[in-house]
Ligand binder design. Sequence first.
Ligand code: GLU
Length: 449
Amino acid sequence: MTVRVRFAPSPTGFLHVGNARTALITWLFARSKGGHFLLRIDDTDLERSKTEFEEDIESSLVWLGVSWDEKTRQRDRLKRYSECIEKLKAEGRLYACYETAEELSLKRKVQLSGGKPPIYDRAALKLTPAEKKAYEDEGRLPHWRFKLEHTPIEWNDLIRGEVKFNGADMSDPVLIREDGSPLYHLCSVIDDIDYDITHVVRGEDHVSNTATHIQMFAALGATPPEFVHLPLISDAEGGKLSKRLGSMSIRDLRENEGLEPMSVVSLLARLGTADPIEPFVDAAPLIKNFDFSKFSRSTPKFDPEEIFRLNAKILHATPFEKINVRLARMGLENLDEEFWNVARANIQKLADIKDWWSVAKGPVNSVINDPAFIEQAAALLPPPPWSAQTWSQWTAAVKEKTGRKGKELFMPLRQALTGMDHGPELAELLLLIGPDKARERLQSHKKAA
Ligand code: GLU
């Protein structure tokens, strides 16, 4: 059996971390099984669905490296949904209801105050044709509910294990709105059938939906697929993901935070699993070791700081040939492998490399307030070739000769070498500046004079 999965976002907002995690995990599973990954745009809510969001979802997935084999849009399949709707109506599995939202809310309140669960009472099933006509003459349009069978519903979830519901404890779900448009539930089930989906992977907020979907599969003559419900992520304190984090979009991490996609992938792929969270420079090992049995049922904590830590480690491990095109796009086409290999260890984000490059290569306006001291220091500059020890050897010699230490010693050297009061570590920077430029900067006051 070929594994066939889908990621089914609603294009009603930018792709956020929580949904990106579902996409990534579904994709890792598909790739680990040599399976097929369908991107399904759930856009039956025509008012809230926007092309702008669909484009954002796609570009965010591309950025993360999540590639799809096929794409479909629910909006393009309305005819197919109508056929199934007619069949279910003819079989009495869909029934017309005329209650307004206020009437339903009142019913729920009465049930709750009487200590009863707020389950739809199926009053609409008892309406006579004359009563229905009276409602319609009044201008009311029906919405349609799916008649659940009052039987046990069970499945073996690949993360949650045995899950049990009973149709009798659930409200008949509304599948068609008053305006005749079908709701997500029915469309999703029809698509899962038509696209031969073998595993439905989604967040645990859909667990009770799944119970009703299983009866819809049966009503449409199909066998339900396997189900996998991922625990939703929470913030570092274990609370529900706060608004800020919950709405943290991939676009934000990419454009505003300037993060590497693999830092996001490295964290989201392993969060809530038995495997350690480590920096990965490509997804191959994540695919190779992927297994749903490693996922815990408990809520994983998401700490955005972790992405920043992974980001730095990933950059430190990224070879020049994997980054040179991006460096060139940043205007750093002259930045060579030697420079990258020394400087990468000092950056947290790729954009930081610019500071190192400009301060090392110049031009800089050296600040020299005490020429006599700088001349002494210049005379003590070790001869090439330089090594990682050059900075400490040099400053030790200057300290011995001049008796200066601490800030008194380091600040004038930094100002002369970089023209600034702060910046990258001088020990590393000195190597990147190199003997010729270092000497030139330490002597720049002579030229100016
Ligand atoms: N559009 C639904 C959502 O974003 C899809 C859920 C599913 O995977 O079936 O929650």
